[in-house]
Design a protein around this ligand. Structure first.
Ligand SMILES: NC(=O)c1ccc[n+]([C@@H]2O[C@H](COP(=O)([O-])OP(=O)(O)OC[C@H]3O[C@@H](n4cnc5c(N)ncnc54)[C@H](OP(=O)(O)O)[C@@H]3O)[C@@H](O)[C@H]2O)c1
Length: 344
């Protein structure tokens, strides 16, 4: 295949309102433990538009966003072992410089945030996984104290007879949280819009409730019995934290949230704890567990990727996807772009 040009979908103004454009760049130098990835597919996350609109985590201009990339190893940096040129990989882009973000033809990947992608997954499916999976795994392990089974142990773990609520099971993060909680031996209860109930059950939830229903909390409490202590709120806005807290039926509980909570949302009985993908890089033990689990699940073809909504236009098509997400028009799916669909 012909090499791609070095082009990045670039933010050129602070809080840019106009469509992002492609800018050229030169092939970057790699540091210890880094690889250059030839991107095949990239996926979009809410943090992409939030970063652009608020300026958060945009460290210089021009900047590039994007957390999820699937592709092949194009070049190895110093000290890299375990990867070879041409390997199929997925990587959770670090976004510490413009060159370490996903929305470009050759993003830099850190090997501690990269795993091999078996042939059983397409690149488009693979791109849906890294950022949301790591957020799910880190929150379960670090905030809720769920012990993810240590690969290569048999998966899933035996059922513990204990419930765990995942608020927002049709979201990208929620979908992976359900699968990880089930694989760790919990009976999973979740919430979603009715059109996504069958999908959320297919991921492993035993009961799914409509979060628009004014009785949703009492229905969850009735289904959970008196042992619901752990809640992963994969939405963490628009009343979901309060509803998650109210759903706890055990004498004490924890609600893990992935957006900043208001300190008053904790109660005497239920602690609201902030978590996020960042925990996996801040705590190397959590990182190793979560990426190890990811590798093991992929090898066993035991991880269901998010349903792919393939968007037209390659990297330039991301402009349309950003608008869809801003308008809240993404439901039970991940927006994915094939890099070679870009009109360079
Ligand atoms: N801190 C971190 O590290 C981190 C990492 C990843 C994501 N996040 C944040 O987590 C949130 C979710 O991200 P994502 O990528 O998973 O989002 P997403 O997949 O784009 O979310 C869309 C889904 O959210 C569901 N939803 C919306 N409001 C809901 C509510 N009140 N209750 C239950 N479900 C609701 C919708 O369900 P229905 O269509 O079924 O109604 C839809 O399927 C975003 O705010 C994101 O910024 C934080």
């Amino acid at each position: 295949m012909t090499p791609l040009p070095f082009k990045a979908l670039s933010i050129t103004e602070h809080q840019q309102k106009t469509p992002l454009t492609l800018l050229d760049y030169v092939e970057p130098e790699l540091a210890e433990g880094e690889i250059l990835i030839e991107a095949v597919a990239v996926a979009q996350n809410p943090t992409d538009w939030k970063s652009i609109d608020t300026g958060r985590n945009i460290l210089s201009l021009p900047w590039v966003v994007g957390g999820d990339v699937a592709g092949t190893v194009f070049k190895l940096g110093p000290g890299v072992t375990g990867f070879e040129i041409g390997d199929r990989v997925i990587s959770f882009a670090e976004r510490k410089t413009a060159r370490h973000s996903a929305f470009q033809t050759y993003p830099i990947g850190d090997i501690s945030r990269t795993v091999k992608l078996p042939e059983s997954y397409t690149f488009e499916q693979g791109a849906t996984i890294p950022l949301a999976f790591v957020t799910a795994g880190a929150g379960l392990e670090a905030a809720l104290g769920v012990r993810l089974p240590a690969p290569p142990a048999d998966l899933p773990a035996a059922n513990k007879g204990e419930p765990l609520l995942v608020w927002g099971g049709s979201s990208s993060v929620g979908a992976f949280t359900i699968q990880l909680a089930k694989a760790s031996g919990y009976t999973v209860i979740s919430t979603a819009s009715p059109k996504n109930h069958a999908y959320v059950k297919s991921l492993g939830a035993s009961d799914v409730f409509d979060y628009h229903d004014s009785d949703v909390v009492s229905k969850i409490r009735a289904a959970a019995g008196d042992k619901l202590a752990l809640v992963y709120d994969s939405i963490s806005e628009n009343g979901s934290i309060e509803a998650s807290v109210a759903s706890v039926t055990a004498p004490a509980g924890i609600v893990a949230v992935i957006l900043a909570p208001n300190p008053e949302q904790s109660t005497d009985k239920v602690k609201v704890v902030q978590t996020g993908a960042r925990v996996a890089s801040e705590d190397p033990q959590v990182g190793r567990t979560v990426y190890g689990m990811l590798e093991a699940l992929l090898e066993k073809y035991a991880l269901v990727p998010n349903p792919v909504r393939l968007m037209p236009g390659g990297l330039l098509g991301i402009n349309e996807g950003l608008q869809l997400m801003r308008a809240g028009k993404v439901s039970g799916e991940k927006l994915v772009y094939r890099v070679r669909d870009t009109a360079f």
